[in-house]
Write a new protein. Structure first.
Length: 425
């Protein structure tokens, strides 16, 4: 029986594996390394986070992004956007050097068994372990607006479904959303000759500004320190003190998760969007139906106090760049009984203790699934630097037969109306 099996080989899964191996645990990682970054982001995209805030986590800070870039003869500079392809290659390099060999098979199911868990791969092989860490990234939690759900993928997809947008060249595409994923997707489409429009509930587009220089007068740094989530003391708190964030009142955490670091475009994409194509703000899609090989879309104004429909239009395809929402019901690989034991409401967001252990002893969660407790940094790669060592500490306490890490006690599941979505990459 293994000590720890990790489901997912993205930044969080690989970071957890590096710390677990260094701690002497019998650990195994399942998944295609960095697959969501390699296969689910269009070529030509850039990392929104600063390069120095995009390190995977290993003990002693080894195998950082700057070390990889140095080996490649390049430099990851503050204030210069990093191509997603470079970050993906860095993750594969990290996996080869800091992590035990990754089993690239996908996991079909996780279920309880006496003394631990049974994990079954898609080809049917069964593994038994004392603890499991789910680090499945964001793909299982893609959020599609209600009016677009159930439509054929020929008409509607999520922005995370695409690594190549050339299939839409010379077509008419509607992008839904106002965050980085929506804005950069629309820019890439427009630049390849696609007729594109944006439809967004927001009444204004928000833009991140060019970050201040890394080296600057001390009084400027004191007033607005750099952090993995941007400048300012508030962002520094979210970024550097997730453990303290967890101690805030539940209502405060819920409000922060719903509002902090909301949809915004990076400074370097603004000129590729402004005055380049139609942008319909303050609108949401109310109806969508196939119409002569295309989609007929009806929108209405948001916040107008009524649902008066605007004149419909037709489009070849809709890309929903509308983020992700982690809920119990979308944790499909968990056996029904195990999933039900985590929370009665399938629309509620998962909850964890201080060691990232769920309600089910021995089952640990990482990444977006833990943002309700540890805050906005869990929506970004930067959060892996806090998650990995603390989760492994929680696993070691569980293996020693200790109390559930953090003594998880919950006042009840969050309701389906508690907003928690991931900021665009």
């Amino acid at each position: 029986m293994h000590d720890l099996l990790i489901v997912g080989a993205g930044p969080y899964g690989l970071s957890i594996a590096a710390h677990a191996a260094a701690a002497g645990l019998d650990v195994r990682v399942f998944g295609d390394p960095m697959a969501s970054w390699r296969d689910h982001m269009p070529r030509g995209m850039f990392l929104k986070s600063e390069p120095w805030a995009s390190n995977l986590s290993a003990p002693d800070g080894r195998f950082g992004l700057d070390a990889y870039c140095a080996l490649q003869g390049t430099t990851a500079r503050h204030g210069e956007p990093l191509p997603v392809e470079t970050f993906s290659a860095y993750g594969l390099w990290f996996a080869r050097r800091a992590v035990p060999p990754v089993d690239e098979r996908m996991v079909e199911s996780v279920d309880s068994c006496p003394g631990g868990f049974d994990l079954r791969t898609q080809d049917g092989e069964l593994f038994r372990t004392r603890t499991v860490a789910l680090a499945v990234g964001v793909l299982p939690f893609a959020e599609i607006p209600m009016a677009l759900r159930g439509l054929d993928p020929a008409y509607v997809t999520h922005s995370s479904h695409h690594s190549d947008l050339t299939r839409f060249r010379d077509q008419d595409v509607t992008v839904v959303g106002a965050g980085q994923a929506a804005l950069e997707t629309a820019a890439l489409l427009s630049e390849q000759g696609t007729r594109v429009r944006i439809v967004a509930r927001s009444h204004d587009l928000a833009w991140n500004t060019l970050p201040p220089p890394w080296e600057r007068p001390w009084w400027q740094s004191l007033r607005a320190p750099h952090s993995g989530l941007g400048c300012g003391w508030r962002n520094w708190f979210y970024s550097e003190l997730p453990g303290a964030f967890r101690r805030l009142p539940h209502r405060t955490r819920a409000r922060v998760c719903a509002t902090a670091l909301g949809p915004a475009g990076a400074w370097w994409v603004r000129d590729r969007v402004t005055d380049r194509f139609d942008i319909h703000l303050g609108q949401e899609i109310r109806h969508a139906k196939p119409w002569g090989g295309r989609l007929r879309i009806t929108t209405s104004e948001t916040g107008a106090g009524s649902w008066a429909d605007l004149p419909p239009f037709e489009t070849d395809h809709v890309i929903a760049a509308t983020g992700f929402r982690a809920t119990y019901g979308r944790m499909g690989m968990l056996a029904p009984a195990l999933r039900a034991g985590l929370g009665a409401d399938p629309h509620a967001t998962p909850r964890v203790g201080s060691g990232f252990e769920s309600r089910r002893p021995g089952l640990f969660l990482a990444g977006l699934m833990t943002a309700a407790d540890f805050g906005p940094s869990m929506r970004f790669v930067h959060g892996a630097s806090f998650t990995a060592p603390h989760l492994v500490d929680g696993v070691r306490r569980r293996l020693r037969g200790g109390r559930p890490s953090g003594g998880l006690t919950l006042p009840g599941s969050r309701s389906a109306h508690d907003p928690l979505t991931a900021a665009e990459r």
